[in-house]
Design a protein around this ligand. Sequence first.
Ligand code: F6P
Length: 357
Amino acid sequence: MKRVGFLTSGGDCQSLNATMRGVAKALYEKVEDIEIIGILDGYKGLMYGNYKKLGPRDFSGILTEGGTIIGTSRQPFKLMREPDENGMDKVRAMKNNYEKWKLDCLVILGGNGTHKTANLLREEGLNVITLPKTIDNDLYGTDMTFGFQSAVNIASAAIDQIHTTAASHGRVFIVEVMGHAVGWLTLHAGIASGADIVLIPEIPYDIDKVIAAINHRTEQGKNFTILAVAEGAISKEDAQLSKKEKKKKLKDMKYPSISYQIGAEIEERTGHEIRIAVPGHTQRGGSPCPYDRVISSRLGAAAGEFIAKEKYGIMVGIKNNEIVPVPLEDVAGKLKMVDPDSSIIKEAKSLGICFGD
Ligand code: F6P
C-alpha cells in the first residue's frame, strides 16, 4: 500500500489539474494499492493538517479545468523557519502531519518559492517529487513549465485585440504582461503578436531608445505602436540601484505599475496619445491549451512511474522534449532567466523588435 499526498502551491495556473490527473492515472495503473490525499491550500494544509481523500472520480473530467481542485496559497520560503503567530514551528508541523498521515511521499506542484520549501522538506528527510508549474517558465532545470504556453496564448490574444484599436486611433498602446522577475512570457507573447517594443527585466531599457523606436515608426508612416512590457521591466538607471533602493523606489512610485510610468514618460516627450491595457490574472485563468495538456499528462505520468519505483528527491522536468528527473537540490533557489545574448533575442531584433537597449 502506498499513501501519496498531492499539494499545489504558489500562484495557480491553467494546467495544475491536468498534471494531478496525469500523476493519479499513472499511480492507479502502476501501483496496486494506492491512496491519494489532497493537501488543501498548499503548504498551509500541510502545516495545519487540512486534507481530503481523493479517489479516481475526483480526477475524472479535470483535464481541461483551470485552477486547482485542492486550492493553493503563497507561503513565503523566507518565513518557513519562523514560527507562526501562535509560536508553531512550521517545518516541525509539516513533518508531524506527514508522519501522522503515514505518507510515502509528497507530490508538490509549484514554481520557484515552492521548490525551495520542497527541497527543505527533502533535507528534513521527507520523500518529495515535484512538478514544474508556472506561467513564468522561469524554473531552472526544465526547458518548459506547464502553464506557460496557456498564458502565452492569453497574453498574445490580448495584444492581438489591441492591434485594431491602436491602428484605428493612431495610438501608442502598452500591454503589461505578467512576470516580475523574468520576461519569457512577455518575450513570447510579444513575438507571437507582433509587438514593436518588448521590455523585459533581463534587458534594462533606455527610455530614449524606446522613444526613438516610436518616432522611427511614425517616420515610416506607421501611426501606431504596441509595447509589450513585463511587470518587472526596469530602466537602465534603476537597474543600477541596490535591492533595498529598488524596493523603496517601487514603494514610492506614484503610478500603479511600471507600464503607467513608461506611458507617462512617452506621452510627455512625444505628445502621442497613450493607452495601457493590463490583462493581469486572466493570464493564469481558464482552460489549459492543448500543448500544456500534453506536457502535463506526460510529466504526471512520469511522476507516477517514479513514485512506483520509489525514486524521490527530484523534480520531473523536460529536456529536449524528453521527460527527465532533476535532483531537487539542483533546482531550488535558481531562476531560469532570458539570456540577452541568446538566439531568440537576436532573432527578435532581426525582426525589428526594440528592447530599449
Ligand atoms: O508567478 C506567477 C505570477 O502570475 C507572476 O507572473 C506574477 O507576477 C505573480 O504571480 C502575481 O502574483 P499574485 O497572484 O500573488 O498577485
